[in-house]
Design a protein around this ligand. Structure first.
Ligand code: AKB
Length: 338
């Protein structure tokens, strides 16, 4: 049997995005899928993998071994500690989010140089890289890629630095001594809050809407940890997986980092739209001062025109169609089966 041309390493395969991405990538016969995670991702992910290695992305020897053993050609780096979790353990978050990413980028570059072949490296970033002042937040509207980059969270600071680190490896690597193309083809999607019907998020600060959706479908009252008017951009998990695959597969792209998002909505707007599907929904608002302060620095909406123009990103749904065409049927199926 011939070796597939694309040998893709996915880190954090057990996480929310990992579930969807691994299953989508596994349908391509030209892809060998290798995963790294700290914990067993479970049968639903494992069944799509060609190989699974349990271990820590910060362990250089371990990652090097996996990358060279499989002659990895692409890395999709999903492992991270999200914003709320990171505020509880900021030093650990820095270790995982920054040192882990640096470790992988460095190994990707070494792998590229020894095989004389560029390694593709794709990683999600986040709207947490933004840090809007109250006045900027009050203005509303779409925020551009390079505006208001003053993150107030450890997670946001980590992600913003990793965008810069990736740009270095992807565009400016050893600029004084290295001839030829940079070793890493770095691509990064700045994600909004992501809404999945099949999995429940943990550790994020955008979790208030996914938690509300899961509470609605399971008939549980929901106490929302931000105010009713709190508004950020969103996309659904299928759109997140599709856009990651699209960016991964696009020919050369002019930018390293792209904003993506489908619609923006406040907690109260989601509650009202959800109520049309789940009339018994009970939501109360008890803003948590710290988490509210974090979300207040994230934009209401982001400018996604570069992604549309450069590699054909297409926001597919608005709040109402996302609910009726994906979230509500899928979350109902999920709770009927569990
Ligand atoms: C989080 O809430 O930390 C994440 C994010 C917005 O990146 N979902």
């Amino acid at each position: 049997m011939s070796t597939p041309n694309r040998r893709i390493l996915v880190t954090g395969a057990a996480g929310e995005i990992g579930h969807g991405l691994v299953s989508a990538l596994s349908s391509d016969p030209d892809v060998k899928l290798i995963a790294i995670d700290l914990r067993d991702p479970g049968e639903a992910v494992r069944e799509h993998l060609d190989d699974l290695h349990l271990g820590d992305i910060c362990d250089r020897g371990f990652v090097e071994n996996v990358v060279t053993m499989h002659e990895v050609t692409e890395i999709v780096h999903l492992a991270a500690l999200l914003s709320t979790r990171a505020e509880h353990v900021p030093e650990k978050a820095h270790e995982v989010n920054v040192d882990g990413t640096f470790n992988l980028l460095r190994i990707a570059a070494e792998q590229a140089l020894s095989f004389d072949r560029v390694v593709k490296f794709t990683v999600p970033s986040s709207i947490a890289v933004y840090g809007l002042s109250p006045q900027e937040k009050a203005l509303g509207g779409k925020v551009g890629l390079d505006e208001c980059l003053r993150p107030v969270t450890m997670y946001g600071a980590n992600k913003l630095y990793c965008e810069a680190l990736g740009r270095y490896y992807g565009r400016h690597y050893r600029s004084l001594t290295h001839d030829g193309p940079p070793p890493v083809d770095f691509r990064c999607l700045r994600l909004p809050g992501v809404l999945a019907a099949e999995t429940k998020p943990t550790g994020g600060t955008s979790d208030f809407v996914p938690e509300m959706i899961h509470a609605a479908a399971s008939g549980t009252p929901y106490e929302c940890f931000v105010s009713e008017v709190t508004c950020i951009p969103w996309m659904t998990m299928p759109e997140c997986v599709e856009s990651t695959l699209q960016l991964l597969q696009a020919d050369a792209v002019p930018q390293c980092v792209y904003n993506v998002a489908s619609f923006s909505a406040s907690a109260g707007e989601v509650e009202a739209a959800l109520r049309t599907h789940f009339p018994d929904l009970q939501v109360t608002y008890e803003p948590h001062p710290g988490r509210q302060a974090m979300v207040n620095t994230w934009p209401d909406d982001v400018d996604v025109t570069a992604a549309i123009h450069d590699w054909g990103y297409e926001p597919r749904w608005n709040l109402e169609s996302a609910l009726s065409e994906y979230i509500v049927p899928a979350v109902r199926r999920h709770y009927a089966a569990h």
